[in-house]
Design a binder for this molecule. Structure first.
Ligand code: TXA
Ligand code: MG
Length: 325
């Protein structure tokens, strides 16, 4: 099988929605990263996601819906969850809540909760509207590799395993959604930082939002099976450093902002002037390019400690990309 990249024409969208309705897999663009989508209420279709990604069955899937009304069919919402959904959906926020019985166990890895998000990408929304079913979709990459932010990235990673990729251009956010556990609304907890920050959530919820501490590998596994330490990783060993240095091809140097003057081929950068949203948008693409560059090591410049906003999400992904096997 060689995945076909489909242009987002109305006819293709109708065809791909039909593929999803009858239990097939389609990689779809979202504003964060590309997702590998399947009919979320079709256990067999969801099993195929795990197979294609090589994802362990104990790592639950995010279910994508159009809006809060559709989400309430799948999970037991509380007032706090409604507040954040009304404020941040459609957008890069995933909420974890007690699931309703219609959600198959394969989606939640047998657990009592389900992760839900209404994506903002117009093509994801069109497909959801046409398919008229919720779509389970983890990032469309082989398990533990760097998430895809273009249709070509998906094809490079999963092209041999799936039939269809919907082309929606480059993702505008570039890192995965914030995952917020609201199973205990008095104690909201961020399981994975993303573009929606703890400060933004605290403002809406008017209470403290906790952040899961990065504990040891084994306890992370028990807490939330998907939150594995090593993730989003290139194959080339990666090191985080305040100042990448090296004059030859053996070391890829990735800077936060474009260095002055003409750069040799082993020098990469994530933004023109250091803007965090631009760094987020480019991070995975540049990591992939550096990984394909035939270097012995990748040195990635650390963010300054003072950076706010997206910095929590970026630090999280950069640290995990650097975790050794
Ligand atoms: O931005 C995103 O969230 C992208 C796009 C495609 O929507 N999706 C994504 O999915 O990043 P995935 O599967 O790569 O990451 C989902 C994360 C995993 O770490 C998983 O463990 C966690 O969400 N998760 C899913 N269901 C959960 C649950 N019931 N409880 C706790 N964590 C859950
Ligand atoms: Mg992922």
């Amino acid at each position: 099988m060689k995945a076909k990249i489909h242009a987002p024409t109305p006819a293709n969208l109708r065809r791909l929605a039909a593929v999803l309705r009858r239990g097939g897999l389609v990689a779809i663009p979202t504003e964060t990263v590309y997702g590998l989508a399947a009919h979320a209420l079709d256990a067999k279709a969801c099993r195929a996601i795990f197979r294609a990604k090589g994802r362990p069955a104990n790592d639950p899937l995010i279910v994508h819906v159009l809006d809060l009304a559709h989400a309430e069919e799948l999970a037991k919402f509380n007032a706090a969850a409604r507040q954040v959904a009304l404020r941040f959906w459609p957008g890069p926020l995933t909420v974890v809540l007690p699931k309703k019985s219609c959600v198959p166990g394969i989606v939640t890895s047998g657990g009592p909760t389900v992760a839900l998000r209404a994506p903002a990408h117009p093509l994801a929304r069109k497909l959801l509207a046409l398919a008229q079913v919720p779509l389970a979709a983890p990032s469309a990459n082989p398990f533990s590799y760097i998430s895809p932010t273009t249709a070509v990235h998906v094809q490079q990673g999963l092209g041999g395993k799936i039939g269809h990729i919907l082309d929606g251009g480059s993702c505008t956010v570039g890192v995965e959604s914030t995952v917020l556990d609201l199973t205990h609304p008095a104690r909201p907890r961020i399981l994975r930082p993303g573009a929606i920050t703890a400060a933004q959530l605290e403002k809406v919820l008017e209470r403290k939002v906790f952040t899961k501490n990065r504990s040891t590998k084994s306890s992370v596994r028990l807490l939330a099976p998907g939150m594995l330490e090593r993730h989003y990783s290139p194959r080339t060993p990666l090191r985080l450093t305040p100042r990448p240095v090296g004059t030859n091809q053996q070391n890829a140097l990735i800077f936060l902002r474009q260095p002055a003057g003409k750069s040799p081929a082993h020098v990469y950068w994530l933004s023109k002037r250091g803007a965090l949203d631009e760094i987020a948008r480019n991070l995975y693409r540049v990591l992939r390019e550096a990984d394909a560059g035939g270097h012995r090591e990748i040195q990635l410049e650390k963010l300054p400690a003072t950076a706010g906003g997206l910095a929590a999400a970026l630090n999280d992904r950069m640290k995990r990309a650097a975790v050794k096997l």
